[in-house]
Design a protein around this ligand. Sequence first.
Ligand code: HEC
Ligand code: HEC
Ligand code: HEC
Ligand code: HEC
Ligand code: HEC
Length: 266
Amino acid sequence: MKPRSIYQIFMLSLSILMLLSLSTANAAKAEKKNYEQARWDPIHFKPAIDKATDEQCLACHQEILDRKVRKESPAGVKASDALAWYQTLETYEGEQETFHRRHLKTPMAKRLMKLKCNTCHQGNDLRDENPGSSATAQKGLTLRKMVDPNVCLMCHGTFNYKVMTGLPGPWPESSETFANNCLTCHAAFRTNRHKVNFLNTEEIEKAGTENGDFCYGCHGGRAWFRVGFPYPRHEWPGMAKEIPDWAKDRPTESDPRFAAKPSGDK
Ligand code: HEC
Ligand code: HEC
Ligand code: HEC
Ligand code: HEC
Ligand code: HEC
């Protein structure tokens, strides 16, 4: 071998080595994002957030599921002694839990629901929680809110007894007459229900036969709002052809964002 080509081979392998070390350095950088890079990660916004899995979110936000409530408030009230008005339904159980765990991790949450991070989170404006304040802000967000309250309203609205023919008043007043069982009527009315991707359709019906508070819990028993959700009115077997006045503006299908996938329940 000529001395010149040995030199060339040496230079070539040197540059390959340098390239290799450069690219591994880059790969390490890409994995470990700094704070600004992480909070502006496209996964937080449309369109990427629609495809995000819980695992991807939890890779950075595991604390959301691990955090525990305080054992005692700063003023000295023990969490174990506290019971809020919405925690007195017969179906309430377990110790005080965080908001996220109550929706994602507790036995009842896992039985009745299959909420995902992006069922609620659809992006939010990090700059000032205002979707209209810059040209690049994601459109369609709710001002000063991280999550659209209409999502909450689906399960935390008031009990719309006024549209329930045969029901004389609010549920706490009339439940005894119906043995605390919504299915006395709902075995026949609006039976085409809960076919959305964040609910366990069949488990909910089973739970409803065990205790009406399971149903009432999502339909007035934990109402944060003074209004009820304008539920879509799905056609059901035996439905009268005439549409009552209150239902004239109602959709007849669930929000397409929540369209249930045909594959199974759980
Ligand atoms: C690469 C890491 C990373 C990933 C992946 C990630 N986040 Fe974040 N997220 C952050 C950081 C960092 C912040 C800023 C935290 C802070 O300021 O305390 C943040 C903030 C947030 C906030 C609060 C925003 C605000 O205005 O304060 C929400 C809500 C959030 N993330 C939800 C999600 C969801 C839902 C997903 C999955 C779709 C996700 N994140 C994926 C790193 C990440
Ligand atoms: C039931 C709806 C709902 C679900 C499901 C949900 N979140 Fe949230 N999340 C909220 C609400 C509401 C807030 C509070 C927003 C505010 O303070 O304005 C919040 C706040 C947050 C925050 C910022 C505040 C904090 O507590 O640190 C992060 C990060 C976050 N969520 C991540 C997640 C991740 C990750 C998942 C999935 C594992 C998830 N969320 C599932 C509704 C939800
Ligand atoms: C798919 C139905 C559903 C949606 C959507 C939903 N929740 Fe809930 N929420 C529940 C259920 C079920 C419980 C009761 C859990 C229990 O008693 O164990 C609950 C409980 C709560 C509690 C009480 C937690 C506790 O520790 O007692 C709060 C607060 C709450 N929800 C707020 C919200 C907010 C805010 C949103 C919207 C961001 C929301 N929920 C969306 C079903 C839902
Ligand atoms: C006396 C019979 C009766 C009982 C008991 C009853 N409902 Fe209803 N409910 C109805 C009727 C009738 C409608 C309206 C049917 C229609 O769309 O024409 C209705 C409608 C509804 C709707 C849809 C409301 C809307 O705005 O679209 C929900 C949700 C509902 N009921 C939940 C419940 C729950 C939960 C219980 C038990 C806590 C319950 N109902 C008990 C008769 C009843
Ligand atoms: C975990 C919360 C949750 C529980 C438990 C629950 N529901 Fe619902 N219900 C919802 C949500 C969310 C919708 C709207 C779904 C959609 O958009 O199609 C709904 C819709 C309905 C509707 C409207 C049906 C239609 O025409 O689409 C009726 C009626 C109803 N529920 C009755 C009941 C009864 C009866 C039970 C008990 C067997 C019950 N719900 C238990 C959350 C709940």
